[in-house]
Each structure stands twice: as structure tokens, then as C-alpha cells.
Write a new protein. Structure first.
Lengths: 115, 117
């Protein structure tokens, strides 16, 4: 069955340092992967997605994610973290089921960027 | 006004009362989804609409939950005889197609925070 794992409940990073939020997936066939961010008391905002092509996907707010098929991973990265990046991050995989693409979400990782 | 909107933003109700939550998707989006996010939990899928029909209701937790969509646009999620365990943030999302297109992205509204006392 398709699933997504975010192994870290929380990631702590100092402002200006690079950040990585991990995501691994389990799917049959080609994966379609997404990252969303949720700021406090807000809905989810779409950051980026991988469908096919270049393994390095660039998204909003300077974020990027690297698709690694051999490691079944889709880690979210940013070269230099900002305090304003502190939020809850969700990885998701799209599963074609029942005639449509259903998003399966990971449990979320809370990112805390300290000044 | 290009995004998904939801109303009310907050709803406090007493146990046993019925509530209606509204979602206005992005104009022209065919697919609409409802999710529930409980405190400290991830996202729980509730129901999916393609146009006005709901091919997937598998996530509705009980028969107290129902949803409809009219005119291929606005959707209402109704919870009857609310219970305290229904307290959560209810999120709505919409996407252009839904059916069969893997690159179809879901865009979320800000959510409705429901508190059942």
C-alpha cells in the first residue's frame, strides 16, 4: 500500500543554516510527491511537487526537494533557514485509486528555526 | 479572490447540536476534498467530490457526517448531533481535475476550527 513516512516529529535549525526535512515513501509504480507547509492557524500551502523529470524540484519561498528513487526519499531542503520558515511541513504521495488521484499525507514535521 | 475560502473560520457548539461548514473552491476547479485535522494529528481524508457527485466517501467517520456540493462549486459539510471527539480543524481543498491526472495539485483553504463543548 502507498504510504509516506516523516521520521522526525521536529527539526531544530539555527537561522542561516541549511535545513532538511525528511520524507520517505512507499508506492507501486512511479511516485507523484508533494510538499505542503502549514503556518499557525492557517491552511496548507502548496510548496512543490515531483511528477517526472529533473530530480531536483524547486518551489516556493526558496525551498527545493530532491527525489531519490533508489532511497525512495523526497527530502525538503533550503540552503539558508529563516525564522519565518518555522511551521508544520507535510509530505504527501499521490495514489491513483477509485478513479482519481488521492493524496496520502505523512504525519508532519514541525520545523523550528531559532534566531 | 483566487483561493479556497471556508466559513466560518471558528465554530463553537454544544454537544448534540448540528453544524454546517462551508467551502468555496477556486473558480473552475472540478474536484473538491474535505479533510479533518485533529489536535496533534495529521490529515484525515473525509470525502472527495468530482463535480457534484462524491465517488469517494470512504473517510466519513460515521453516519452523522454528510456532505453535498451544488452547482459544481460550493460544498457544505454537515455534522449532526456533534460529539466532543468531532472537535478539529476541517480543511477543504480543490483541484483542477482530480480524475486521473497525477500532476493535479490540491489547494487548501484556511480551515474551520470546530470546538464541541
Amino acid at each position: 500500500a502507498q504510504s509516506v513516512a516523516q521520521p522526525e516529529d521536529q527539526v531544530n535549525v539555527a537561522e542561516g543554516n541549511p535545513l532538511t526535512v525528511k520524507c520517505t515513501y512507499s508506492v507501486s509504480g512511479n511516485p507523484y510527491l508533494f510538499w505542503y507547509v502549514q503556518y499557525p492557524n492557517r491552511g496548507l500551502q502548496f510548496l512543490l511537487k515531483y511528477i517526472t523529470g529533473d530530480n531536483l524540484v524547486k518551489g516556493s519561498y526558496g525551498f527545493e526537494a530532491e527525489f531519490n528513487k533508489s532511497q525512495t526519499s523526497f527530502h525538503l531542503k533550503k540552503p539558508s533557514a529563516l525564522v519565518s520558515d518555522s511551521a508544520l511541513y507535510f509530505c504527501a504521495v499521490s495514489r491513483f485509486s477509485g478513479g482519481y488521484n488521492k493524496l496520502i499525507f505523512g504525519a508532519g514535521t514541525r520545523l523550528a528555526v531559532h534566531p | 479572490g483566487a483561493g479556497v475560502s471556508q466559513s466560518p473560520s471558528n465554530k463553537v457548539t454544544e454537544k448534540g447540536k448540528d453544524v454546517e461548514l462551508r467551502c468555496d473552491p477556486i473558480s473552475g476547479h472540478t474536484a473538491l476534498y474535505w479533510y479533518r485535522q485533529s489536535l496533534g494529528q495529521g490529515l484525515e481524508f473525509l470525502i472527495y467530490f468530482q463535480g457534484n457527485s462524491a465517488p469517494d466517501k470512504s473517510g466519513l467517520p460515521s453516519d452523522r457526517f454528510s456532505a453535498e456540493r451544488t452547482g459544481g462549486s460550493v460544498s457544505t459539510l454537515t455534522i449532526q448531533r456533534t460529539q466532543q471527539e468531532d472537535s478539529a480543524v476541517y480543511l477543504c481543498a480543490s483541484s483542477t481535475y482530480g480524475v486521473g491526472l497525477a500532476n493535479d495539485t490540491q489547494y487548501f483553504g484556511p480551515g474551520t476550527r470546530l470546538t464541541v463543548l
